[in-house]
Every structure is written in C-alpha cells, then in structure tokens.
Design a protein around this ligand. Structure first.
Ligand code: AMP
Ligand code: MG
Length: 405
C-alpha cells in the first residue's frame, strides 16, 4: 500500500497549474496573478498635501506669529489657480495639489485664523517639503507594480484599481464538483427514516473546497447502482476536480472505482496507508486532443475519513491547480498534554485541540472514530501518530497539522 507521501507525490504529478485567463479584478481575489501589472500613472499624480492646512513658502515664514494673506482655497479634486508668494498662503485640504510657489504645508492645528483673509502661523519652524507627498513618490508611470506569482489579496486588488486594471490575467479557482454516493443517504434538510443518515459530506467537502480556494459546486446524492453512478459521473467530468464521497471501500455496493474505469478515468492509486482514510481512490480523466484533465478523488464515506483525505490530498491538489505552492496544511510540533495510546499498522491522524504559544500543547480529543464528526467541532488540528503499537506519554512531542479556521 502507498504511503501518504507516495500518494501525495502522485497526486501532485497529475495536478498542473490551470492556464491563466482574463477576469474582473474583483473576481481574481485569492487567485495567482498571471501577468506583470504595469502602472499607467504616477502616484500621486501631483505633489499633494497630506494634511489640511496652509500651503506656504517655507523660507519666508521664519518666525512663529507671522500673519499671511490667504489667496485661495483648494480642496481635493480641485486645482490651484494662484501661486503662493512671500506673505501669502493657500488654504489647502488633504490630497489637493500644492500650488506653484509653495513648498510646505502648515497644518490647521498650528495656525489661527485672524479674519476671513488672514491666518497666523503658530508653528515654531516651517521646513521646506513638510507635509507634502511628492508626485510619483509611491509609483511611477511604466513601473511594474505586481509580478506573477503574486497572490491577489485585498491589498493587490487595491493596487490593480490604482493603476487602472479593471481586469487581470490570473489563474482561475479550480472548478470542483462535490458528489455523494450512498443508498442510506437523505438530503440534509430531510429527517432520516430507518436505516438512513443525512448526507453531511457534501456540505462538509463543499466548505473545505471553498476554504481551500476552489470554486465548488454541490451535486446530487447518487444511489449505489451502476446506472445512477454512470449517468451522473459521466456528466460530471467537465470539472478540474471531481470530489466523490463514498463507494470506494470493499463493500458489495462500493461501485465507484469500477464505474469510473468504465468512463475512462485512469486509476492512479487505490488505498493509502493512513487512518482514517485508507480506501482513498484517485484517478485522472484525460480528454483527447486537449491538455484538459479532470482529477477524480473518491473519498471514503465516513465524514472524518473524507475530511482527512481532503486535507492531505485534495487541498494540495487545489493549491497546485491554482498556481500556488502545494504545501497542504501548515505543520508544527506540540507536546502532548496527556498519554495517548496508538495501535495499528497505519499512521493515525487524530483530531486534537492545540494550544498555541511559546511551547505549544496538544490534547487528543475523545474521538469515537471516522464516523464521529461532531467531536471535531472542538478540533483545531490533527495530531500525527506514526504506525505501530505504543503509548505516547504526556510531554512527548508529536507532529500536528493545523486545520484552517
Ligand atoms: P462508504 O465509504 O460508502 O462505505 O461509506 C462508509 C460510511 O460512511 C457509511 O456507512 C455511512 O455511515 C457514512 N457515509 C457515507 N456517505 C456519507 C455522507 N455523504 N454523509 C455522511 N456519512 C456518510
Ligand atoms: Mg456507501
């Protein structure tokens, strides 16, 4: 059976960054930039005042108490029409262009109005250049302000807007379709009858995929029969990712791998040495004559198995398709707050509560196994216990994988 690392390597070999496309700047939030962004303007576009006050000639205001004649008022968005001479000042607001002749701005708080047309400067000293932001001091026309592979956060969207990019070339969020299989499933808004359970995986995986940067769709529940599976899966292969829950274990109705094979999805691996999540299935659908591919994940149906497989394999695939480093969950080390006994031949990813800080401490939760999702409401990490049978003592250091907020 493949190790987690071997399986991840195979997943990442098949996941290639999607081609960038032009999209609205707002749509590109969280995406990786696909082109250099060049400014079409100087910023600021003019020498501008950074305070509300009076524009003056610094060299001519040599002592506190000088009284100057106000020649005009310039607000942001307006242009000065008069130059400032010795003995005069222009009332100026933040952002407005500095009038000719002026080389400093004294803020209102350091002045006193004498009458409608005259102001007294109370500042002890006025230095040339004070309170002025020079033209092009932030960026110049023709300057490259962003480069691939920058990730477009709110900050970068603001920069795109500043330099006139209504659209940007960026790697789109990979489209992912989430499907659940199982005769026992009812939709989550229904009351389960005898033998039934609600389909919690679809929303769980949709949420995880959204948080991981994909653009997921929520598909229907598919019954465990070949025709239903074939019909729905055949129509679902036009996504960058297909995330299927259930139907990949060893049960008589676990038909997903067979149906995918019938639909031309090449199996890359089936089963990985981990707990929970061993039945994980991964394959690739190629489309003749194109570079297009669909990565197909068959996740085990138990919700926590699905979650663990998502975090270990699907998240890095989404990152890679998105042009990001496929780092998966952030990892760290923490000391156990209590003993934990690990049994079994597979490395275990155990839901746990991590106290961050100078010496991180981790408490494995009283988790009942892969069907127990409810306990994970209190989990903020997975603690990794290597395979083998042994008691991990309180105080021992273990590896932890941080679950995203
Ligand atoms: P399977 O991997 O299809 O054998 O499913 C294993 C178990 O996971 C099932 O017996 C269900 O209890 C549970 N399960 C399967 N699919 C879902 C789902 N969509 N939502 C919640 N639990 C599920
Ligand atoms: Mg099933």
């Amino acid at each position: 059976m493949l190790s987690v690392n071997e399986a991840l390597t195979l997943v990442l070999e098949h996941a290639q960054p999607l081609p960038p496309r032009k999209m609205l700047a707002a749509e590109a939030l969280g995406c990786v930039l696909g082109e250099p962004v060049v400014s079409d303007i100087d910023s600021p576009p003019h020498d501008k005042s950074i305070v509300d006050g009076y524009a003056v000639q610094a060299a001519t205001v040599t002592q506190a108490g000088a009284v100057l004649t106000i020649v005009e008022e310039v607000t942001a968005g307006a242009l000065p029409t008069k130059s400032v001479e010795p003995g005069t000042a222009t009332r100026i607001m933040t952002g407005a262009p500095i009038p000719a002749g002026a080389d400093a701005v004294v803020m209102f708080e350091q002045t006193a109005l004498q009458d409608e047309n005259r102001v007294r400067i109370d500042a002890k000293a006025v230095k040339a250049g004070q309170n002025i932001m020079r033209r092009a001091s932030s960026l110049t026309r023709g300057q490259t302000v962003l480069q691939p592979p920058a990730v477009l956060r709110g900050i970068e969207l603001g920069i795109l807007a500043e330099v006139g990019y209504q659209h940007a070339l960026a790697i789109p969020r990979p489209k992912a379709l989430v499907l659940a299989t199982g005769n026992e499933l009812v939709d989550f808004w229904e009351k389960p009858g005898p033998g039934q359970i609600r389909n919690s995986n679809s929303l769980l995986l949709w949420g995880l995929a959204t948080q991981a940067g994909a653009y997921p769709g929520l598909g229907c529940v598919i019954r465990d029969d070949r025709e239903s599976l074939r019909g729905t899966l055949a129509k679902s292969l036009n996504n960058a990712l297909l995330i299927i829950s259930g139907g990949v274990s060893a049960g008589v109705l676990d038909l997903v791998p067979q149906v995918l094979a019938d639909l031309g999805v090449e199996q890359v691996f089936h089963k990985v040495n981990l707990k929970p999540g061993k039945p994980l299935w991964f394959g690739v659908k190629r489309f003749e004559g194109t570079e297009q591919k669909t990565l197909v994940f068959g996740l085990p149906g138990n919700p926590v198995s699905s979650l663990v497989c998502f975090e270990l394999f699907v998240r890095p695939a989404i990152q890679k398709l998105s042009g990001r480093e496929p780092t998966g969950l952030a990892r760290g080390k923490a000391r156990l707050t209590r003993d934990h006994s690990q049994r079994g031949e597979r490395p275990a990813y155990w839901p746990a509560d991590l106290q961050r800080g100078e010496s991180p401490a981790v408490t494995p939760l009283p988790w009942k196994g892969s069907g127990d999702l409810a306990t994970l409401a209190g989990a903020n990490c997975l603690a990794l216990f290597p395979a083998g049978e042994r008691l991990f003592k309180a105080g021992e250091e273990v590896e932890v994988l941080h679950l995203p907020d």
